[in-house]
Design a protein. Structure first.
Length: 124
């Protein structure tokens, strides 16, 4: 099978890189789940973890107007997060928690881990 067709779930390569990084390091005993994020041309993932009746969500995707790797982080009650909830936590398409230059996959993944670590530490 051609490499560009293998594991083609629709997410862009940068979001897939973040997914692979997080999956590969098994982050510090945290239980992080994942679902797809689909917003027309912006395709990625929503990572989420629940604790103490609260849930931290972090959407990751490549912004289609700039090719920047973006994350949007938000809390909610525990459930499968949706793209609508990502949008509800943004004022407009440029309102993100943090953005990274194209290719800064490790930096983005480490930032996501920091967000989850801060969330987890609030319950200690």
């Amino acid at each position: 099978m051609k490499i560009e067709e293998y594991l083609n779930d629709g997410a862009n390569w940068q979001a897939q890189g973040v997914f692979a990084y997080l999956k590969g390091i098994k982050p510090y005993g945290m239980c992080i789940d994942v679902t797809r994020y689909e917003n027309c041309r912006e395709q990625g993932y929503i990572f989420y973890a629940s604790k103490g009746g609260k849930q931290m969500n972090v959407a990751v995707y490549e912004h289609r107007n700039s090719d920047a790797l973006c994350i949007v982080a938000f809390e909610c009650s525990p459930h499968l997060p949706s793209r609508e909830e990502v949008w509800e936590n943004m004022n407009d398409k440029w309102d993100v928690t943090k953005s990274f230059n194209g290719g800064e996959i490790k930096e983005c993944a480490e930032c996501i881990l920091d967000i989850f670590e801060e969330f987890e530490s609030a319950f200690e």
